[in-house]
Design a protein around this ligand. Structure first.
Ligand SMILES: Nc1ncnc2c1ncn2[C@@H]1O[C@H](COP(=O)(O)OP(=O)(O)OP(=O)(O)O)[C@@H](O)[C@H]1O
Length: 308
């Protein structure tokens, strides 16, 4: 659905996007994560044919961004991070106006607009003035707008920025629905937890370079190369830590307050000896569990050393 090959954009000496290669298929909801200025918008604008790359190639549904601009614009719905709305219109008029620009005419136009309003849970505001919407409601109308022509690919630039927690949850639910509808979605954010539970795939961009890219499961697996145990004993934690350090399974031990963090050697899965060793030395355990690997800890682990 979307393929980029060494996609590159420079602004003078600055390499805003540096040889990004990506391949996304139908139903992929790709969380594009990176700090401010890392190149997310620039990448999306190139895929949307709004900006010419300096080097590299991108295809949307098999069509090149260089030769099939018109076709790609029909296939893509791009929601920029900032977009204007026309104040003196009702919500429905606003959508009908944009539907007309997509040449959606006749009786189907109203129906399509109402369907998209339904999809973003905004039917109850169909007759409200656009100027009277909250920021979250405006974002949702923006999403309805980019879906009017039923694009196969959605490029959503920070759709949840500036929204309250409830509106963020609604955007997440909507992203899930889009994936279930077999759309291909790229959604950017500089906040990882915001996207962690809705994306099927994640990529992290730093200074124009894609430093991690993979299906959520793969990323977690990569990060899980070494199990970390969280251990707490009733007393003499420092001594217990020293004892653990002598065990064959353990690679590195550190303290976090009164908790011992024991990182096992990569690939070591069986650590059943460790509680035994502690018991036999007279320690009483109050905690013994594996550190949970969620997407956030996975990223922290995998990007160690890659970010300056
Ligand atoms: N038109 C331009 N001229 C010069 N430099 C630009 C231009 N557009 C973007 N840049 C630079 O390119 C880099 C990448 O910008 P981009 O907007 O793609 O980042 P981003 O990851 O989307 O950031 P944010 O999270 O802040 O939206 C930044 O250093 C930015 O200053």
């Amino acid at each position: 659905m979307i393929e980029t090959i060494k996609l590159t954009k420079k602004y003078g000496d600055l390499i805003a996007v540096n040889e990004i290669s990506l391949k996304l298929v139908e139903g992929d909801v790709f969380g594009f994560i990176g700090p401010n200025g890392s190149g997310k918008t620039t990448t999306m604008r190139m895929i949307a044919t709004l900006l010419n790359p300096d080097y590299g190639e991108a295809y949307v549904c098999g069509q090149s961004i260089y030769t099939h601009t018109e076709e790609i614009r029909r296939l893509v719905g791009f929601m920029p991070d900032f977009f204007g709305v026309y104040d003196d219109m009702t919500v429905l008029e606003y959508l009908e106006f944009f539907a007309a620009t997509y040449r959606i005419n006749g009786p189907s136009r109203r129906k399509i607009c109402e369907e998209k309003l339904e999809l973003v849970d905004m039917s109850f505001k169909r007759d409200a003035m656009v100027s009277q919407l909250s920021r979250g409601q405006t974002q949702r109308i923006g999403l309805a707008r980019v879906m009017l022509h039923d694009p196969q690919v959605l490029l959503l630039d920070e759709p949840a920025s500036g929204l309250d927690p409830r509106a963020r949850i609604e955007i997440r639910n909507l992203l899930r629905r889009l994936g279930a509808m077999n759309k291909t979605v790229i959604v950017s954010s500089h906040i990882l937890p915001e996207l962690a539970d809705v994306c099927t795939r994640v990529g992290m961009i730093e200074k124009g370079e894609l430093i991690i890219d993979g299906y959520v499961g793969e990323v977690m697996k990569k990060a899980r190369q070494a199990i970390v145990l969280h251990i707490r004993v009733t007393e003499n934690a420092e001594k217990a830590a020293q004892l653990l350090e002598q065990c064959d399974e353990v690679g590195h031990v550190s303290m976090q307050g009164d908790m011992i963090l024991a990182k096992l050697h990569p690939g070591t899965m069986d650590y059943s000896n460790l509680p035994m060793a502690l018991f036999e030395a007279g320690y009483r355990l109050t905690l013994f569990r594996e550190e949970e690997v969620n997407l956030e800890t996975a990223f922290m682990e995998l990007t160690k050393g890659k970010q300056q």
